[in-house]
Design a protein around this ligand. Structure first.
Ligand code: IPE
Ligand code: IPE
Ligand code: MG
Length: 253
């Protein structure tokens, strides 16, 4: 029998069904090259296309990308403006390609702080790709994990106030249905590039049992090889979910 962690066991181990990525390090990538931050963000956007295709080819069902956090509004106005404009042009350019590839796009997060023009582009991109069945791309923009939990709690509180549910009916299971990503497989693998080892208010609820993978690679250098390294590391993990490893130890208990 192959021991855990060997190449054999990694090859036969299941793939992550849902990968989420904190795409960090654009600023440092640009600074290392004496380029403006803008160039780092532009280079970062360029990585996304190949990663979507790679996920699709490998059979990963969903890819969730953290593009702009609720806290990123604190960046200098010029940088925020550039990020909004990159997001807008990305949606305009890539939605058709995703439609052709059968990838369904959705955006999670608050929308009301975006310009009307950007809100329209988001709605159009979601509409164009809504029939896709060969993969899911989720872009988290103006997203915060705390916001997500609060919006779910608010929606349930409204139902209680309207007499449509009782407070006792609010449980981990029912609240989960009100969280973003509820209809997708659980996030198996959460990757953060750039060497930072924190969650920065990304998915809090949904990461309860995600495997975390941190890499020093800066986001604009994060290619398909880096993705495969992360998937390989995931496949060598022993996921116990609070129980015992499959087979061995459980059988001894
Ligand atoms: C991530 O890169 C992109 C966004 C947060 C939008 P950063 O801009 O945070 O890059 P660093 O952390 O400054 O290197
Ligand atoms: C997290 O990165 C947000 C995104 C990658 C979109 P930040 O660069 O904003 O996070 P902190 O400030 O280092 O925690
Ligand atoms: Mg950063």
């Amino acid at each position: 029998m192959a021991s855990r962690g060997s190449a054999d066991s990694a090859q036969s181990a299941p793939l992550p069904r849902h990968i989420a990525i904190i795409m960090d390090g654009n600023g440092r990538w640009a600074a290392q090259r004496s380029l403006p931050t803008t160039a780092g963000h532009k280079a970062g956007v360029e990585r996304i296309r190949d990663l979507i295709s790679a996920c699709k080819e490998r059979g990963v069902e969903a890819l969730t990308l953290f593009a702009f956090s609720s806290e990123n509004w604190q960046r200098p106005p010029k940088e925020v403006e550039l990020l909004m404009s990159l997001f807008h042009s990305y949606l305009r350019k890539e939605a058709r390609r995703m439609q052709e590839e059968g990838v369904r796009l959705r955006v999670i997060g608050r929308r009301d702080r975006f310009s009307a023009r950007l809100q329209r582009a988001i709605a159009e991109a979601e509409e164009i790709t809504c029939a896709g069945t060969r993969g899911n791309l989720v872009i988290a923009a103006d997203y915060g994990g705390q916001w997500d939990i609060a919006q779910a709690a608010r929606a349930m509180a409204e139902e209680v106030a309207a007499g449509r549910r009782t407070p006792e009916s609010i449980t981990e299971e029912t609240l989960a249905d009100y969280m973003q990503l509820a209809d997708l497989p659980p996030v198996d693998l959460l990757i953060r590039s750039s060497g930072e080892q924190r969650i920065s208010n990304f998915i809090l609820w949904q990461a309860a049992y995600s495997e975390f993978y941190f890499t020093d690679t800066l986001w604009p250098d994060f290619g398909v090889e880096a993705l495969d390294a992360a998937i390989g590391a995931f496949q060598r993990r022993d996921r116990r979910f609070g129980g015992r490893s499959g087979g061995g130890l459980a059988a001894q208990a």
